[in-house]
Design a binder for this molecule. Structure first.
Ligand code: ASP
Ligand code: MG
Length: 412
């Protein structure tokens, strides 16, 4: 029998009614002849509550106990989903991560999946079981301790199962009906995409379109798992939602397929650092050791052997960055005139695989922003993305203007 993986996020299993509704969707796929692996999240809000309890009990908590506690939300939904299916006369049972076993590294709270042996579940399918309900987000380390995969990790569980079982597709049921060209809350013309390439999705996911855990998209790309994002609240047709797939599966693509943004960015400039080998290494080693997530980096032209170095990072990491840089100066490792931080900027990006073959995208983007009177502070590009930092007060305007100019409201 072909295998299908169906993952239900927290809002799709938020109460017994919704679990019943999700179970009906599973029943439809079983009736089509699939062996189904259902991956469930905790009921919405549950994981946050558990994390809160951990922090209240022990501010410097033991990460192994954190995982033991926060993984428990998924156990409840897995059992309830299996019971609900049984009530519908669908042969189903639940599995916790350790029972599969889903083997992970021992990096508690952000463990990596190492292996998913398939024999156990395959055997049950052979014996007539129709649905394996697996608790998402959790696994077991070589030390025999419960681990979790990081917040949003059930998406990654789902993709890993789809890869391990060579599933026909991995359907991710959530509270939105797909992936949009941009955030519909700030641009009313945002359009649902029928298809998006893995690489575009990665850019959009890490830029704040929080539909899928980024790691799950990386994994899907590596193993060629066809991922479909769809709403569990709407009646479904066979081509509902958005298919996240290989570039080769997309015939025609616009130059730009999405406009992403990230609101809380800061631009930090080190004025007058020496322009010689090793300086950038000192700066960015200090920042990385301080846990600062540096995004864009620009070095100015140098004058008389000195230059300015600019980087961007999340607003709430600026203080840490400043402290780390001050320390390098105190130690005598680095000499600079001043650190200047601008904490009122945002990042706006246009993303599209079509950029590989079409030129003029950057020129058009800059023209659109200039027509709106928006000053660009920093620019970076990759093969399929152009990002700019602009004043935060222009964020909505920039997104809307770019969405219009690249005609993202129309399909390719
Ligand atoms: N329940 C976990 C979380 O809220 C994992 C997930 O739902 O993907 O992060
Ligand atoms: Mg999620």
């Amino acid at each position: 029998m072909p295998v299908l993986v169906m993952k239900f996020g927290g809002t799709s299993v938020a109460n017994l009614d919704r679990i019943r509704r999700a179970a009906k969707r599973v029943g439809v796929e079983v009736a089509k002849g699939y062996d189904v692996i259902v991956i469930v999240s905790a009921m919405s809000g549950k994981t946050n509550e558990l994390v809160g309890w951990v922090e209240e009990t022990s501010p410097l908590f033991d990460a192994r106990e954190y995982d033991a506690i926060v993984s428990s939300g998924e156990n409840v939904t897995a059992g309830l989903m299996a019971l609900t299916l049984q009530e519908m006369d669908v042969a189903a049972r639940s599995w916790q991560g350790w029972q599969v076993p889903l083997l992970t590294s021992s990096a508690h709270s952000s463990a990596r999946i190492e292996e998913i042996p398939t024999d156990n579940i395959t055997q049950k399918f052979a014996e007539g079981m129709k649905v394996a309900v697996v608790a998402g987000f959790q696994g077991i380390s070589a030390e025999g301790r419960i681990t979790t995969l990081g917040r949003g990790g059930s998406d990654t569980t789902a993709v890993a199962f789809a890869a391990a079982f060579d599933a026909e597709r991995c359907d991710i049921y959530t509270d939105v009906d797909g992936v949009y060209t941009t955030d519909p809350r700030i641009c009313e013309k945002a359009r649902k995409l029928d298809k998006i390439a893995f690489e575009e999705m990665l850019e959009l996911a890490s830029l704040g379109a929080k539909v899928l855990q980024t790691r799950s998209v990386e994994l899907a790309m590596r193993y060629g798992v066809r991922l479909r994002v769809l709403s569990s609240f709407e009646e479904q047709s066979d081509n509902a939602g958005t298919l996240v797939c290989a570039e080769e599966d997309i015939m025609e693509s616009n130059a730009v397929n999405g406009v992403a943004y990230s609101r809380d960015e800061a631009k930090v400039t080190l004025l007058s650092v020496a322009d010689r080998p090793g300086i950038a290494a000192i700066i960015f080693t200090a920042l990385s050791e301080a846990g600062v997530n540096v995004d864009m980096i620009v070095q100015n032209i140098s004058e008389e052997g000195r230059t300015d170095m600019t980087f961007s990072c999340p607003t709430n990491e600026v203080a840490r960055a400043e402290a780390a840089l001050a320390k390098t100066r105190e130690n005598g490792d680095l000499n600079f005139a001043e650190v200047v931080a601008d904490t009122a900027v945002c990042k706006v990006s246009v993303v599209g695989i079509g950029m590989r073959s079409q030129s003029g995208v950057a020129a058009k983007m800059f023209k659109v922003l200039s027509d709106e009177g928006i000053n660009i502070k920093v620019i970076t590009t990759s093969e399929i993305k152009i990002s700019v930092l602009v004043d935060r007060k222009y964020m909505e305007l920039a997104v809307q203007a770019l969405h219009d100019a690249f005609e993202l409201d129309k399909a390719a």
